[in-house]
Design a protein around this ligand. Structure first.
Ligand code: ZN
Length: 334
């Protein structure tokens, strides 16, 4: 059974954490300013999360991310949220959210509160978009993917198509264009595993898409808003390290609290390639959960663990976990 704590109230949002900036026009008054710079990080309940996309079954790479974030936050006596990142409608596979949840249960993970889904957060994303529009940071980009040079920073062709904030409507439904955010300056953070990171936004990131041409919120905006809303410690795969600057830039633009980050290495085969579907499987045949947990534990660079059952494994693992033992590499061969 999962611990059904009342998460109706954001665990981070107790009274004094409300952002008290004046409504000076830079942020629409209805924007949910739940967390802000007044927050004293030491007074917060640590909150971690596992946020799989429902694009297939749980695989070994996701098991690694789940295990690392779970051990990290449980060792801090924090809450662990399960969030299904299902905003990418076209890529979602029916039934895979249930399948992932079922696998996590078999692996013995216990998440706190109800399972969340990004598809339930549409209003939150629209408010965030409206806030960025009111700051004149959003423009409509009608460039097709094919018309842009591949692998290069977006050259700012449509920057003059500024979308204006209209207080009478928060509906900025797009048609035949995406919405991009103008990002300037730089973002720096210290990744707890990969070390100091620094990104000059204009040179290395460019104007990111925050709302897609097919009218889905872009991952960078959705993930930034959800993590800032509820999460203090993000532990995930290093394949997402490159997305972190964009997410931090969005949080900074919106004046939201930033979580701390740790990016674990991605498992690859001996040739350095992403694991194939077969070698990446983490589906559990009867009785095989413990060997897979031990394999993941070993991959994460942890000291040997003695465990005779799944529950035995977790009670020891949470005590024994050392983030400092996780290899500080982007990839590790399995
Ligand atoms: Zn454009």
């Amino acid at each position: 059974m999962h611990r059904l704590q009342d998460l109706g109230r954001n665990p981070r949002t107790s009274n004094s954490l409300i952002d008290d900036r004046d409504a000076d026009g830079s942020v629409p008054p209805d924007y949910p300013q739940t967390v802000g710079s007044l927050a004293d990080p030491s007074s917060l309940t640590p909150v971690g999360r596992f946020a799989p996309s429902p694009t297939g079954d749980l695989h070994f790479g996701s098991l690694l991310a789940a295990m690392a974030s779970y051990c990290d936050i449980k060792q801090r006596d924090g809450l662990w949220l399960l969030r299904i990142d299902d905003i990418d409608g076209p890529r979602s596979v029916p039934g895979s959210a249930d399948s992932i949840q079922h696998s996590l249960e078999q692996f013995g993970f216990e998440w706190d509160g109800p399972v969340q889904s990004q598809s339930q957060h549409a209003e939150r994303y629209k408010s965030a978009l409206a806030a960025m529009i009111s700051q004149k940071r959003i423009f409509a980009c009608s460039c097709s993917r094919r018309s842009l040079p591949t692998g290069e920073i977006y050259p700012g062709l449509c920057r003059q198509n500024t979308v204006l904030y209209d207080a009478t409507t928060s509906d900025y439904t797009v048609k035949d264009h995406a919405l991009r955010a103008t990002l300037t300056g730089s973002v720096s953070f210290i990744d707890a595993i990969q070390g100091p990171q620094h990104t000059q936004l204009e040179q290395h990131l460019g104007d990111i898409i925050v709302w897609r041409r097919d009218n889905f919120v872009a991952y960078a905006l959705a993930c930034a808003v959800d993590d800032a809303q509820a999460v203090t410690h993000v532990v995930r795969g290093a394949d997402l390290l490159g997305n972190t600057s964009a997410q931090l830039a969005v949080m900074q633009l919106l004046g939201l609290s930033e979580p701390v980050y740790a990016h674990i290495p991605v498992a690859v085969d001996a040739d350095g390639h992403k694991l194939s579907k077969n070698s990446n499987a983490a589906s559990i045949a009867e009785g095989s959960a413990l060997p897979l947990l031990l394999k993941a534990w070993h991959f994460l660079g942890q000291d040997n663990i003695q465990a005779s059952s799944v529950s035995d494994f977790w009670s020891t693992a949470i005590k024994q976990w050392k983030l400092s033992c996780v290899p500080a590499h982007m990839t590790v061969a399995l």
